[in-house]
Design a protein around this ligand. Structure first.
Ligand SMILES: [Zn+2]
Length: 333
C-alpha cells in the first residue's frame, strides 16, 4: 500500500507555506540574516517541533517566521516545499500564505509575494508541478487589519487565486470577516475559510452563508450536524482535511477516529492534505499512509480522495482533465 500511495499522483489544497519551514532551512536562514534563534542546533529545533499543544506550536511557528526577511528567503522556502511535493508525485498544490505574519514585522507584502511567485514559476519549469497562491487573513486580528491587507494586495491581485482565513478559530467567528469577504468577492477572488476544526458546526454554516466560501478548510465538526452534511453534499463543497495535523493538535485523539472515511461514504468531496508539514509530522505521502493504515482505506478510497481534490481545485478544466488522466492511469495500473 505504501508504494501505491507514493506512486499516486496527488493534489494538495491545504498547505501553509510558512508551515513547511524545516529546521535545517530555519537555521540556514537565521545564519544568513544574522538572527538569533532560541535554539543552538538543528537537533534542538527538531526537538522543539515535538510540541504538545497549540500554544507551543504557535510559539515556535512564530519564531520560525522571524528568519524570513528577504525575497530570496521566501523563494527558498517555497522552492524547497515544491521540490519536496514534486518528489512525492504532487501534480498541483494551492498554497496559503499569511501576509500579516510578515507585514506586522515590517516586511513588505510585495517582498513576500514576489519570492513565493518566482519560486512557483521556477518549480513549474524544473519539476512540472503547478501551483496557485491563497492570501490568508489572520482571524485573531481585526477585520480592519484584514481589509488593509486586501487593499495592499490589490495591485498584485493576479498573483492570488483566493482569500482564506486561518489562525485561532474559537472566539473569532466567520461573521467578523463578512465585509472583507464581500470586498474580496467583488474584486474577483475565490473564497475559502478554515472552519469546524476546533470551532463548532455553526462556524461552517456561517462560512457557507455569510462568507460565501467556494471551499471549506478542515470542516471536521460538520459530522455533528446531519443537516449541514446534507447541505455540503448538495453544494458539492470541497473539504480539505488534514489527518496528521488533527492528531498533533488533538482535534482527534486517534487517527482511527478521523471522519474522512465517513465523509467519503456520505458522498462529500473530502480530500487529504498536510497543513503545516514541517510541524505536524509529514507531507502528503505521510498523511496518506497514516490515514490509510488507521482507517484501512482501499485503493478505490485513495482514488476518490484524489479525484475529489482535482474536482474542487481552482485550476481550469484542461488542467483538471490532464490530472484526471494521470490519476486514471495510476488506478488502472
Ligand atoms: Zn490550515
Amino acid at each position: 500500500m505504501r508504494e501505491l500511495i507514493e506512486k499516486m499522483p496527488k493534489v494538495e489544497l491545504h498547505l501553509h507555506i510558512e508551515g513547511s519551514l524545516e529546521p535545517e532551512l530555519m537555521f540556514q536562514l537565521a545564519k544568513r540574516n544574522n538572527i538569533d534563534l532560541p535554539y543552538s542546533s538543528v537537533e534542538e529545533v527538531r526537538a522543539a517541533y515535538d510540541f504538545g499543544n497549540l500554544q507551543d506550536f504557535l510559539d515556535i511557528y512564530y519564531a520560525g517566521c522571524k528568519v524570513l526577511i528577504h525575497e530570496q528567503d521566501f523563494y527558498d522556502l517555497t522552492y524547497a516545499y515544491l521540490k519536496k511535493a514534486a518528489e512525492q508525485n504532487v501534480m498541483h498544490t494551492e498554497m496559503f500564505f499569511d501576509p500579516q505574519t510578515h507585514t506586522e514585522r515590517g516586511i513588505e507584502l510585495e517582498t513576500v509575494a514576489k519570492g513565493i511567485c518566482k519560486a512557483a514559476k521556477a518549480a513549474k519549469e524544473d519539476f512540472g508541478i503547478s501551483s496557485l497562491t491563497i492570501l490568508s487573513f489572520l482571524r485573531h486580528l481585526s477585520e480592519e487589519a484584514a481589509i488593509a491587507t486586501l487593499k495592499a494586495a490589490l495591485p498584485m491581485k493576479d498573483k492570488f487565486i483566493a482569500v482564506g482565513l486561518d489562525s485561532s478559530e474559537v472566539g473569532n467567528p466567520p461573521q467578523k470577516f463578512q465585509k472583507v469577504y464581500q470586498m474580496a468577492g467583488e474584486e474577483g477572488f475565490l473564497k475559502v475559510a478554515h472552519a469546524g476544526e476546533e470551532g463548532p458546526a455553526q462556524y461552517i454554516w456561517d462560512s457557507l452563508n455569510l462568507l460565501k466560501i467556494d471551499r471549506l478548510d478542515h470542516g471536521n465538526r460538520a459530522m455533528d450536524d446531519e443537516d449541514l452534511l446534507k447541505e455540503l453534499k448538495q453544494r458539492k463543497m470541497g473539504l480539505t482535511l488534514c489527518p496528521l495535523s488533527n492528531r498533533k493538535l488533538q482535534v482527534v485523539k486517534d487517527l482511527k477516529d478521523h471522519p474522512v472515511k465517513k465523509m467519503l461514504n456520505k458522498g462529500l468531496k473530502a480530500t487529504v492534505n498536510s497543513d503545516d508539514p514541517a510541524y505536524f509530522g509529514g507531507y502528503m505521502n505521510e498523511n496518506f499512509i497514516a490515514i490509510t493504515e488507521a482507517l484501512n482505506l482501499s485503493k478505490r478510497d485513495l482514488f476518490q480522495l484524489t479525484s475529489n481534490a482535482i474536482e474542487v481545485s481552482f485550476v481550469n478544466a484542461d488542467r483538471k482533465a490532464d490530472m484526471m488522466h494521470k490519476l486514471n492511469k495510476w488506478m488502472k495500473a
